[in-house]
Write a protein that binds this ligand. Structure first.
Ligand SMILES: Nc1nc2c(ncn2[C@@H]2O[C@H](COP(=O)(O)OP(=O)(O)OP(=O)(O)O)[C@@H](O)[C@H]2O)c(=O)[nH]1
Ligand SMILES: [Mg+2]
Length: 130
């Protein structure tokens, strides 16, 4: 992005139709990548705003925490719920996943521009402080 930083999209576990063996290989790759790549300054972890964190979400969340890397959680697909419910839903997710509140959760939607602004603000701020 503007020769300043990279977004690196890692494979997820949601929609990917992989065999068990492939999943294991991908898991090892991600583990290695997060361990070896010293330039990583932030993990952006996308979850679905419509559901309580799944078992996989919790595994991934715990893994990210144990990596010690800074993390921003995005509650994605915010366009799929009523706009009036977004703030309370994000608060509920925060309580469920990170009650201490040291890992921020922001609403997001690939479809709605309104949620992008706060994410850019967060990223600007984060990049300024590393
Ligand atoms: N309505 C809506 N649909 C979305 C949003 N984000 C992603 N999707 C849809 O969700 C599906 C999966 O999106 P992907 O971007 O492939 O999800 P992913 O997390 O990268 O999937 P994996 O990497 O395979 O785990 C697609 O059909 C997208 O169009 C969103 O903010 N709103
Ligand atoms: Mg993907």
């Amino acid at each position: 992005m503007d020769d300043i930083f990279y977004f690196v999209d890692l494979p997820g576990y949601g929609y990917s139709k992989m065999s068990k063996k492939e999943q294991e290989q991908v898991g090892k790759f991600i583990e290695q990548y997060l361990l070896v790549r010293k330039e990583i300054t932030l993990i952006i972890f996308l979850i679905d705003i419509r559901h309580s964190p799944s078992e996989n979400d919790r595994l991934m969340y715990n893994y990210i925490i144990s990596s010690g890397l800074p993390c921003l959680i995005l509650a994605n697909k915010a366009d799929k719920i009523a706009i009036t419910k977004v703030d309370d839903t994000v608060k509920a997710l925060q309580k469920e996943l990170n009650p201490i509140g040291d890992i921020p959760i922001l609403p997001f939607s690939s479809e709605r521009k309104i949620y992008k602004e706060d994410v850019w603000l967060f990223l600007d701020n984060h990049l300024k402080n590393i």
